[in-house]
Design a protein around this ligand. Structure first.
Ligand code: ZN
Ligand code: ZN
Length: 253
């Protein structure tokens, strides 16, 4: 199994996951043209995408989803709430599942959705399993629940939101209502919350900790590194930071 981010942050999110002959795209928060250009930088084309999985209906996750699906005939997997939020009531291309429902399989990948507290209709995040490897993705989450902790046990790698630093958010450029939204229980994880989650997970055998959805205005790479270092210095060697403005390398596991 391997993973590549095409970009991560409030300006747009899209992540490719590949195992054997199956290629999944998780979220499509870029216009189709932008997605194609980022795929090209990674020597890929959109025709390689077998399925699109959505986490929730916010624009930074679904901006190009409908166009991608139509243009390339890509089936979409989403909760009923997400597809309602996207106003896609009639679309026959959508496979619905419950945010906390059973696992399902797409090609060679087992997909387990789990529910998260975020200000969207029926948001979920995912654990993917293939070839005896388990990879978790957790972004766009306001607080850590016991359910999230139980879903993320036994992983080999985790993509984890480090959205903001509390002090930078308070002193930053966001208006008060937006500060409350981002910092609230249905907003985004701050560095301390993500570090607390790491303490609750057995991360010793992880091959990668991939830090995602980092705010360009309310966080700094060094603060993320410090937060991880505070949990376990050995994680720093396996730590990767995703960029907003371009694709990452492939992370293999
Ligand atoms: Zn987001
Ligand atoms: Zn969101």
């Amino acid at each position: 199994m391997k993973l590549l981010s095409l970009g991560s942050g409030s300006g747009g999110n899209a992540t490719l996951l590949q195992s054997g002959g199956t290629t999944l795209l998780i979220d499509c928060g870029f216009s189709l043209r932008e997605l194609e250009s980022r795929l090209a930088k990674a020597d890929l084309t959109a025709s390689c995408i077998d399925a699109l999985l959505l986490t929730h209906e916010h624009g930074d996750h679904v901006k190009g989803a409908a166009t991608l699906s139509r243009r390339y005939n890509v089936p979409v997997w989403a909760t009923a709430g997400t597809s309602r939020g996207c106003k896609w009531h009639q679309d026959s291309h959508i496979h619905h599942f419950h945010a906390n429902g059973a696992s399902f399989r797409i090609g060679e990948v087992d997909v387990t959705p789990f529910t998260v507290p975020h200000d969207a209709s029926e948001p979920c995040q995912y654990v993917f399993q293939a070839n005896q490897k388990r990879l978790g993705i957790l972004t766009d989450t306001g607080c850590i629940t016991t359910h999230i902790v139980s879903q993320l046990q036994g992983l080999d790698a985790l993509v984890l939101e480090f959205n903001h630093d509390i002090n930078m958010l308070e002193k930053g450029p966001y208006p008060p209502f937006l500060q409350r939204r981002v910092g609230g229980n249905h907003g985004h994880l701050n560095n301390c919350q993500s570090a607390d989650l790491l303490r609750q997970l057995d991360h010793h055998r992880w091959e990668h900790l991939i830090c995602a959805h980092i705010s360009e205005k309310n966080n700094a790479e060094q603060l993320v590194r410090d937060a991880v270092q505070g949990v376990d210095g050995s994680l720093n060697e396996r730590l990767q930071i995703l960029e907003q403005h371009g694709p990452s390398q492939w992370f293999a596991l």
